[in-house]
Ligand binder design. Sequence first.
Ligand code: PTT
Ligand code: SF4
Length: 621
Amino acid sequence: MKGWWGRILRVNLSNGTVKVQEYSPEIALNFIGGRGLAVKILWDEVRGVDPLSPENKLIFACGPFNGLPTPSGGKMVVASKSPLTGGYGDGNLGTMASVHLRKAGYDALVVEGAARRPVYIYVENDNVSVLSAEGLWGKTTFEAEKALKEIHGKDVGVLSIGPGGENLVRYAVVISQEGRSGGRPGMGAVMGSKKLKAVVIRGTKEIPVADKESLTKLSQEAYRAILNSPAYSFWRRQGTMAAVEWCNENSALPVRNFSDGIFEFSRSIDGYAMEGMKINQRGCPYCNMICGNVVLDAEARGSELDYENVALLGSNLGIGKLNEVAVLNRLADELGLDTISLGGVIGFIMEAKEKKLVKDDEAPEFGDFKKSRELVINIAYKKTELGKLAAEGVMRLSNVLGGKEFAMHVKGLEVSGYNCFAYPAMALAYGTSSIGAHHKEAWVIAWEIGTAPIEGEKRKSVEYKVTYGPEKAAKVVELQRLRGGMYEVLTACRLPWVEVGLSIEYYPKLLEAITGVKYTWEDLYKVADRVYTLIRAYWVREFNGRWDRSMDYPPTRWFNEELKRGPLKGQHLDREKYDALLSEYYRLRGWDERGIPKRETLRTLNLDYVIPELEKHVRLE
Ligand code: PTT
Ligand code: SF4
């Protein structure tokens, strides 16, 4: 095989064994890599286990693009059974570890078992060792990466966890390069449960490529197209931060635990405010449109801002000073906590305090930066009773404190930065995302509104009308196929296409140049549908068949309350119409009215082996 190594590195931390597994070309062709490879491994090997037990597996998976100079192809999927949701969990981060893993001769690293004492894994091509991390345990992700680079040299890829992962906070993430983060549904906690502080990789091999000449030609052409895009300069100025102003204009910003969509201090936390504070810019490997904007925070430290971080730790908490938001964001990176879930959790506690469901003096009120900062520390170190409870996430918090009517999560994963009182398609995207309420699979809101953040100063104004037509379900499926499917299996950053309009046609062409395999769009959609349906089957199996369409519902707040001000004042979701949209979505996916894949769908997607196993848990149509 060209483009794929066909090799998975497996390290068992319980007994210290290291194995290289060769996987079949059929798996490579059917799943391509990244998320595809990850869900196949989880389906085959991780069933019915406690996510924080040694039986869970932590998978770092790459795809054919990684380690090669492909546009924004320096990404990697980190996946496992999620301790936050109990279902499939993954994230995608840009890191030199992706480049080095592939150059070391592997498509994926699977970590099994659990060590007794803190360790880290060091991979140098064929040499793999499990080394003591006693001296690193307790350190922040920034300190750990720095220390490991002092030992192994600057030219390695490092993935690490902070105190959040060590202390099993259910939304702890894996961090790299002081600002790349991945694995929202608690992949950092899984790493902590294995006593694995870090993975350090150095690879120096040449990745076999089918047609080097056309790879170089196509890549150069794509990189040039990115630089020549009319959107490029505004993107380089603001990156994802342009979405603050855009969401505010469209009443879609999460404000005070998603209770409203317009923030009175939005101007002081938006992309323009960020531009005035910017001290640096950084990004992922092989990217020529880097978007990691670093600002100086209120404690005079560098903090890399993205839209989601600012929306959830700023407007969602009622905090209107960007340098204070940047402190919370930087702490999340150092401690290894997901900013989105963290903002969701603190926002929930603030509202619970307002409603007198929580009495602790430690609980902040909306707008209280100082107490929010303290709470972040108390969560990461599980220092206090409230900190311990908050480390469990919004779903569990609302089970204990009450307040389910304002608990903003889907399947246990906190909602990312789009407030959907007026956006049924985006609500459907959250409802049906394969990891819980994340926007990565179908950021359909831009299509739904008819404008996009990065048009910036040239943004056209459109009159928005709330509708529920079946085309909305079709658009969600189409985007899930591309964003949650193709980009997550390749594994490449989707932003060149989404933000600066790189032609999507480059991707199958690049894939063919790398692997020698021609994938038509029909083939790629089939891979995407296979991956999506296998992920759904995984959830149903791990929930032991306790599954119905209510799992695919967005938070009740969007149905029961309404936008309080602005041009869309009074808007809220309609339950019956949402339900009809969901049925249409299931029809397009070939899933039944409970949201469970039908036999025929499983057969068409070459997932026949799923049928007998799923039937042990649930009746299939
Ligand atoms: C991603 C989620 C996002 S999505 C953001 S901001 W975004 C948050 N970033 C966090 C952070 O930072 N620190 C932290 N401690 N927690 C954070 N949690 C949140 O995590 C990121 C970019 C972004 S910025 C986006 S949209 C795109 N996401 C991609 C994706 O999912 N797939 C893909 N093929 N390409 C993508 N490109 C873009 O990557 P999760 P990164 Mg991330 C500081 O991890 O779990 O997927 O959640 O990877 O390298 O940081 O790049 O407005
Ligand atoms: Fe990374 Fe941003 Fe470049 Fe995507 S566009 S690869 S997230 S730096």
